[in-house]
Write a protein that binds this ligand. Structure first.
Ligand SMILES: Cc1ncc(COP(=O)(O)O)c(C=O)c1O
Length: 400
């Protein structure tokens, strides 16, 4: 048998990656991956950008670049982050290969094998293998409609003395919630004086459905007490395209300096070519109109899915009403198991991600995530109907 390093021994293929394979079957109605619909990508803007690109930028794009990022993008990204109220001047900034790489780098510089990482339950499924790779002990804190349950969070911080707290306060993947302003303030209060680094993951903050909800997306990093080390990560994936593989990390300078050293040994620099395109996208002023288009499209998709759920779901199934992002989180009636349901639904032509995939402790399987971002609009209701029929079939089996 091949002998592998301890760091990769416990790794399993992420449930989402496996399901993406099923989602590529064109007949399957997939609510599984957190991907934008290809029809929503800014391809016309991109054509215009590429046509207008000066020779020098094209040549830059094919060259290696500095590890922290392509300097013009660092400048335009700084202006964008400043406009969101973030303290760019007092922090270091690195362009990463997607925000997943930022999660990886931050974990790498803080976590030794056996250290604790506290996350939410449910937690972004892509972050769990990162924490496992660094052999962290994972402790989940349950989420309610406003954010992490405070007494559980306090207990976890005290009992585990974690080396990292990982939170996703904006249009949570998978729970669909946005933290209330009060809960964010209470979390900050709990962190005061403990020296525990917070990794604040903001991949979806721009994708609110209603302008009135925008204030809820003010990052904790923006209002931070400087004594709380906050590493803030964001991404071009949901506001430009995930194929660009570009994200960023804004954090205390000593942290980003270490992350930069770690990144040198991973990929030397993020793709310069896509950084050139992202810079032109920001400088060309394309982002605000594009975001408006996205917000309307995702709000409409969420409405279609919510209407179908209201019409078709059996008694006892509960879900949240997202104010933004890509996801609906369904709670099943007590006797129903999400993995058993997936087996029936997949055979009938619809897939989703089971709740257990998002549980850092791998236990709860009474929930599931439905993504409304990628499925063609005219198939959303059909997919929900398959789910409802599968639930009826599973309930019938359970009764027998
Ligand atoms: C909460 C969250 N964080 C981070 C990421 C990683 O995105 P990327 O690496 O494409 O920037 C995702 C992707 O789905 C996500 O949902």
């Amino acid at each position: 048998m091949t002998r592998f390093a301890r760091s990769v021994d416990a790794l399993q293929s992420s449930a989402v990656r496996e399901l993406m394979k099923a989602a590529s079957n064109p007949d399957m109605i997939s609510f599984s991956g957190g991907m934008p619909n290809p029809g929503l990508f800014p391809v016309e803007e991109l054509d215009e950008i590429i046509t207008k690109l000066p020779l020098r930028s094209k040549q830059d794009g094919f060259q290696y670049g500095p590890t922290p990022g392509y300097p013009p993008l660092l400048e335009s990204l700084s202006a964008y982050l400043r406009s969101k109220g973030l303290p760019v001047e007092d922090n270091g900034l690195i362009v990463t290969a997607g925000s997943l790489q930022a999660i990886h780098l931050v974990t790498k510089v803080f976590v030794d094998p056996g250290d604790a990482v506290v996350t939410e339950t449910p937690c972004f499924v892509g972050a769990i293998p990162v924490f496992r790779y660094f052999q962290a002990r994972l402790r989940g804190v349950p989420l309610d409609a406003d954010g992490p349950a405070l007494s559980d969070l306090e207990r976890a911080l005290e009992e585990e003395k974690p080396r990292l707290l990982y939170l996703t306060p904006y249009f949570h993947n998978p729970a669909g919630i946005v933290y209330s302003a009060e809960r964010k303030a209470a979390v900050m209060n709990l962190l005061k004086g403990r020296g525990i680094p917070l990794l604040e993951d903001d991949a979806y903050g721009e994708l609110y459905f209603d302008e009135a909800d925008r204030p809820l997306t003010l990052p904790m990093k923006a209002s931070a007490d400087p004594s709380i080390p906050i590493c803030y990560t964001g991404s071009f994936s949901k506001i430009f395209g995930p194929g660009m593989r570009l994200g960023w990390l804004l954090g205390p300078r000593d942290v980003t300096a270490k992350c930069e050293l770690a990144k040198q040994g991973v990929d030397a620099c993020s793709s310069t070519y896509t950084q050139v395109l992202a810079d032109a996208f920001l400088r060309g002023g394309y982002l605000p109109a594009y975001l408006e288009r996205l917000r309307q499209a995702y709000a409409r998709r969420c409405r279609i899915m919510t209407d179908a759920l209201k019409a078709l779901m059996p008694e006892g199934v509960k879900w949240n009403a997202p104010k933004g992002g890509f996801y609906l989180w369904l709670r099943l009636p007590p006797a129903m198991n999400a993995t058993a349901l997936l087996e029936i639904a997949a055979a009938a032509g619809a897939v989703f991600v089971v709740g257990r995939a998002f549980d850092p402790e791998g236990r709860r399987d009474d929930c599931l995530r439905l993504s409304f971002s990628h499925t063609p609009e005219d198939r959303i209701a059909d997919g929900v109907r398959i789910l409802a029929e599968s639930m009826a079939r599973l309930a019938g089996k359970n009764r027998r």
